[in-house]
Design a protein around this ligand. Structure first.
Ligand SMILES: [Zn+2]
Length: 87
């Protein structure tokens, strides 16, 4: 089964973590103190409440913004539950 929406991911018990990549995408010289590595696990159920079950996973990344630095350069990491990943 292909998982394409946040409703699918929620039903399967997936977890979603967002990591800010601000200051990393601009080349090796930007390894400075301005780099933001903030990361946080999001509540999948809240996402479904706010976006609706049919919201595509692929569009989630472009809708998010880092609460610490305000950057939109964020990476979304999806983590299927362990028992499902073993199948
Ligand atoms: Zn940030």
């Amino acid at each position: 089964m292909a998982v394409e929406t946040i409703g699918d991911a929620f039903s399967l018990g997936w977890r979603v973590t967002v990591r800010c990549s601000y200051g990393r995408a601009e080349g090796p010289r930007s390894q400075s103190s301005r780099e933001c590595n903030y990361r946080k696990e999001l509540d999948m159920e809240t996402l479904v409440w706010t976006r609706g079950r049919a919201f595509p996973l692929s569009r989630l990344e472009s809708r998010l913004r880092c609460p610490r630095c305000g950057s939109r350069l964020v990476v979304v990491l999806y983590q299927p539950p362990r028992h499902a990943a073993a199948r």
